[in-house]
Ligand binder design. Sequence first.
Ligand SMILES: C[S@@+](CC[C@H](N)C(=O)[O-])C[C@H]1O[C@@H](n2cnc3c(N)ncnc32)[C@H](O)[C@@H]1O
Length: 310
Amino acid sequence: MNHVFIHTPVLLAEVLAVLRPRDGARYFDGTCGGAGHSAAIMEASGPTGFLSACDQDPAAIRAATERLAPFAGRSELRQMNFAEAASWVAPGSCAGALLDLGVSSPQLDVAERGFSFQNDGPLDMRMASDRGATAADVVNGWGEEELGRLFWENGERDARRIVRAIGRERAMRRFETTGQLAACVERTCPRAGRKAHPATKVFQAVRIAVNGEVEALHKGLAGVTGMLAPGGVLAVITFHSGEDRIVKDFMRSEARDYDLPPGEPDLPHLRIPRPPRATLITRRPILPTDAETSANPRARSAQLRAMARL
Ligand SMILES: C[S@@+](CC[C@H](N)C(=O)[O-])C[C@H]1O[C@@H](n2cnc3c(N)ncnc32)[C@H](O)[C@@H]1O
């Protein structure tokens, strides 16, 4: 089924302020979605700016193709995971790159995509909707210990109780729908006193696992940084603390003037000197204004960090 793709780009003015698109330069958008940010980058980069953009969701690529039609001669789009994009975009070729992580509004709002505990749909959650394991495969197929660790690592303090309840229920019938999973979590951890829906963290954790988001982010940050020319800017928008920590640690380590042996703590005598590879543009993340979050509540957890390659 085709749905209209409506997604309001978050922190748009702030992204443009750090990327400062200019004429004749090339930009990369690794999460183009409906191309809200991409189109703004194209408009700001003058008549000869060039954009390479990807998204792993075929519905996003269809929407972005339409949105970027006015820039067809100077933009290229691919359905691709940004973790693989270094094999597409030449090293050192870009003046700026953007990763706007997480899900788009249409992914959340279209029940059949299976991301939402508010709209009942099949337990799917794949951004790359044409390939890979679904949320049902994770919820029905993972061992209880593995599932418990996934929920706990994503901040769900009732992970154990929830996993036991899932175990009891799936012994009787498979989990097939988002409503079934949300109801199981809600029965186990009733709403009382919680601000968010009790299934928020469980849904987020399953989505992260289904889409391999942690692995993609680690690989993507390194790959996308390699696409930048000297002075080129990497801007990353995150939506939860786990994601933000990965981006913060990556940017700080690029800006340091030393390496550490793998797995070692940061102790002065372990440091291996090397020149810094980047400078931080944001020491602390840039957050949306109150005006933005009241106009677009989905912006409320957004955080923008940026660095410039040396
Ligand atoms: C928050 S939306 C981006 C919205 C976009 N900036 C706009 O203005 O419309 C996030 C998008 O990133 C995509 N995405 C998330 N992780 C990805 C990955 N590893 N590779 C490619 N696309 C990814 C999702 O499919 C989704 O369309």
